[in-house]
Ligand binder design. Sequence first.
Ligand SMILES: CC(C)(COP(=O)(O)OP(=O)(O)OC[C@H]1O[C@@H](n2cnc3c(N)ncnc32)[C@H](O)[C@@H]1OP(=O)(O)O)[C@@H](O)C(=O)NCCC(=O)NCCS
Length: 210
Amino acid sequence: MSLPIRGDFRLRKADFADLPAVYRVCLQTGDAGKDATAREDDPDALGHMFIGPYLVLEPDFAFVLEGPRGVAGYVMGALNTPDFYLRMERDWLSEVRKRIPDPGPDESRWRGSDWIRHRIHNPPYLYPPALHAFPSHGHIDFLPEARGVGWGRRGFQHLMNALAEAGSPGMHLDVSPQNDPAIAFYEKLGFAPVLSDDMPAGSLTMARRF
Ligand SMILES: CC(C)(COP(=O)(O)OP(=O)(O)OC[C@H]1O[C@@H](n2cnc3c(N)ncnc32)[C@H](O)[C@@H]1OP(=O)(O)O)[C@@H](O)C(=O)NCCC(=O)NCCS
């Protein structure tokens, strides 16, 4: 499967040397698609949860978008969600937790990155029966300089092709209900909300078959 190149940008497989850059992109897109730098007091905590485990544990489905100023985005996924969550718990979060204390469940006391610190210790690991027809899942985040010129579609299509070639029948993703641009983007790519009593209130999961 050839990787797209256009203009000054190209999509390529991610490697471990990309970890600092993808953590940075994760932070700069971590507030429902907007820059979360001012909100977080730990610049790495979001990356520990949402991007590090994908690059390290699912390298066949981890891609970065490289532009003239370096990594400008990523698209990453997990082929088999329940298997990935088992490995994320055993091989990733168990180590991360040794360095990051749990601030506890009282949200009124949370400051800065406490919400994500708590989540690192209490991951939701959402995979109810309503998602079983869509066993893969994924993430995409681009910096503003890379948006609006078709790279999102090309990148996500590349990920979907890789997952489908590996045998997956479909994928799901979580998106903030406040992130209207991303919801519009996913709808354009054929994703629809998963409407089921299985899904937690206040979150939005979208899915599509391949
Ligand atoms: C969401 C995101 C990945 C989209 O990537 P992109 O490169 O800007 O999107 P593209 O240019 O490839 O657009 C693909 C399609 O989605 C549509 N689309 C993209 N952004 C849109 C928006 N804000 N409103 C409506 N439609 C939109 C485009 O019109 C296009 O449709 P077409 O292919 O039928 O012409 C990118 O904007 C981004 O990284 N945003 C910030 C991080 C984020 O929110 N990530 C998702 C977290 S769940």
